[in-house]
Design a protein around this ligand. Structure first.
Ligand code: FAD
Length: 616
């Protein structure tokens, strides 16, 4: 069954004649590999819609059919109890539609300039070609922010290092030439359909591939704020987080990643709008620091950088680890850690055909599978006896807002995440950043459905888009053994912060000259003054907020107290040689984009351990 009717119901006349067939086919193939159960559900809905329209006698007359479909879609969308489901469908359809609609523009921008640097030499071995039994001094699971840095430290200290990475290696030609939807599907766990259970449900994508989530992240580089470091030292006993101690590691990371401020010349209108609005309001703001020297503002970070400008760890850290002898096994999913008493003996992993292999670890196993997968690996290995493994999940929830301007903004022509307002960061835990998505892929922010949504889609070049993240407590939990099931029930405190964040973003957009502001949450109306904004926000229930999150941390928190699963040196309690060195060990939200915090902690703890462990 095709999904053409459903596609048309969601985006109405924005789909040109016959285009719904293409979008429907792309949606089906995307869901067939990433969400077969969602596909089944959508097929049932499509069949019901078909039956209903047939019953109303609509197919005989295309105009009647169009109007009837629009009416049905709007009626369903207006029902508060159906809204979450309809929003989910809308988000999926818009993702696929946007990727298709702008595929050519995305490719043109990708090919506009040659890559800043070639793909580096890495020692890569597809897991299927590895021997059945291997050995190394240190086995690192995961090649993302934490794992790559740990691997480099151990390799530089003379350890033989094997990295197991579930994903593939993606090179710059893939990012330059592949269709945006395929890039999205392959670079994210579960094809990017990862949702936390709770009210509201929260989208939580994480990356997969050599380089982990740094392959698809926005490149923003924040140091952890002093107040957070003090909490980690004095509240959790992580001595290495002392500003004087961690400082040199932060500097080293920034040097490795080539961190520098976004130049105004490539920032684009979206970032400049934030800076103009903030300056009129007297708010503290500025260009972001990023690890993307040579970025030409093609706005595709979330799909892998087609210019090799963004220095994810696959370009900045892993080449050095490999030059020191580390080997990366790709398509290698770590299944269990084999324990002998308190010592890890090695790791069983499977290749893509499901064949099992074993890599012996003479000195240590480093778990760095990311905050959603690390607890699962520990659980499968019988290492999750500590009650806090999988708990204490902070996600740094985020909301978005858009301003409608008279003149064209083209938010996606410039740096994807480019400038920030820090005025409310310390006082209210709100960090606002000018963030776009690749063209067409963020349209879920737009209000309405059917013909109403169509109108907004046609005007999307006039929108400036902002995002704001708020500091949160570790109230979430990761369940499951194979696939993460994430539960995150947002507290009142964070919901109130998110509402304040929307208010601040709206005020800024009006100050920058926006005619209207779109609040980004389903059921809200666009507003045309700060007063209307305040009134609309008063009526907005926290459970109706449209929230996304990109920064999971804390599910195997480190600290001096045995109330926490990992000790202050990064060793899993109850073991002698299993370390956890990824976002999981952050004991509380870093309150900023976390990659630099994760890398600096990983570097400091791995360097200490390399001195302590001895070579097996
Ligand atoms: C869209 C997006 C934008 C972001 N933007 C920013 C930003 O601008 N700045 C910033 O600081 N942060 C950003 N982040 C977050 C940041 O990238 C992550 O916090 C960081 O990469 C997490 O590091 P990690 O080591 O914990 O895990 P990851 O980097 O996610 O690495 C984990 C790796 O482990 C692999 N793995 C998992 N399970 C297994 C297994 N069983 N066997 C083998 N391998 C396995 C995964 O495939 C993955 O490659 C962003 C995140 C997203 C999703």
């Amino acid at each position: 069954l095709s999904l053409e009717l459903l596609v048309r119901a969601v985006i109405g006349p924005a789909v040109g004649a016959g285009q719904e067939r293409e979008v429907s086919a792309a949606l089906r193939s995307y869901l067939a590999s990433s969400g077969p159960s969602v596909l089944r559900l959508l097929s049932v809905l499509e069949a019901s819609l078909r039956w209903y329209l047939g019953w109303r006698g609509a197919p005989g007359n295309p105009e009647v059919a169009e109007a009837e479909l629009d009416r049905v879609a709007r009626r369903l969308y207006e029902k508060p109890y159906l809204r979450e489901a309809v929003e989910g469908i809308k988000a999926l359809v818009l993702l696929v539609w946007g990727a298709n609609e702008y595929a050519e523009e995305i490719k043109e921008a990708a090919l506009r300039n040659p890559p800043s640097r070639p793909d580096p030499e890495l020692n890569l071995v597809p897991a299927g070609q590895a021997q059945a039994v291997l050995a190394a001094d240190v086995v690192v699971v995961g090649s993302g922010a934490g794992g790559a840095v740990a691997a480099r430290e151990f390799a530089r200290a003379g350890y033989e290092v094997a990295i197991l990475e579930e994903g593939q290696r993606y090179g710059v030609e893939y990012f330059r030439n592949e269709h945006p939807l395929e890039r999205w599907r392959s670079l994210y766990v579960g094809g990017g359909i990862n949702v936390c259970l709770g009210r509201p449900p929260i989208v939580l994508p994480v990356g997969r591939g050599v380089g982990g989530t740094t392959l698809v992240n926005s490149g923003t580089c924040y140091r952890p704020p002093g107040r957070v470091l003090r909490k980690w030292v004095h509240g959790f006993g992580i001595e290495v987080a002392d500003p004087a101690e961690i400082g040199p590691y932060l500097e080293e990371i920034e040097k490795l990643l080539c961190v520098q401020p976004v130049p105004l010349g490539v920032m684009g209108r979206n970032g400049r709008t934030l800076l103009e609005g903030a300056s009129r309001l007297g708010w503290k703001a500025g260009p972001l620091l990023r690890n993307a020297a040579g970025c030409d503002g093609c706005c595709q970070c979330a799909l892998g950088c087609p210019h090799n400008a963004k220095m994810g760890v696959h370009l900045s850290v892993l080449p050095d680890a490999c030059a020191q002898g580390a080997v990366i096994y790709t398509g290698a999913r770590a299944e269990t850690i084999l324990m002998r008493g308190r010592r890890a003996d090695g790791v069983f992993f499977v290749d893509e055909s499901g064949l099992r292999r074993f890599v012996r670890a003479r000195a240590a196993v480093v778990v760095a599978a990311g905050a959603l997968s690390t607890p699962l690996l520990l659980r499968r290995s019988g290492l999750a006896a500590h009650p806090l493994v999988g708990r204490n999940l902070a996600i740094h929830p985020a909301v978005a807002c858009a301003g409608f301007f008279q003149e064209a903004v083209y938010a996606w022509r410039g740096v994807l995440q480019s400038a920030a307002v820090e005025e409310f960061h310390e006082s209210e835990g709100i960090l606002m950043e000018a963030t776009s998505t690749p063209p067409g892929m963020g349209s879920m922010l737009l209000p309405g459905i059917g013909s109403e949504l169509s109108g907004w889609l046609r005007e999307s070049h006039r929108l400036a888009t902002l995002g704001a993240m708020v500091a949160d407590a570790g109230v979430g939990r990761v369940l499951g053994r194979r696939r993460p099931v994430v539960v995150y029930q947002m507290r009142q405190a964070e919901a109130a912060r998110l509402l304040r964040a929307i208010k601040r973003m709206g005020e800024l957009l009006f100050a920058a000259g926006a005619r209207e502001v779109v609040l980004g949450s389903p059921g809200t109306r666009p507003v045309s003054s700060p007063e209307e904004l305040a009134a609309e926000l008063n009526a907005l229930a926290p459970s109706a907020l449209h929230v996304a999150a990109f920064h999971p941390t804390g599910t195997c928190a480190a600290g001096a107290s045995d109330q926490l699963p990992t000790d202050a040196w990064g060793f899993l309690r109850g073991t002698d040689n299993v370390m956890v060195l990824d976002g999981s060990i952050l004991p509380s939200s870093p309150e900023v984009n976390p990659q630099v915090s994760i890398m600096a902690l990983s570097m400091a703890l791995a360097r200490q351990a390399a001195r302590r462990l001895g070579h097996g």
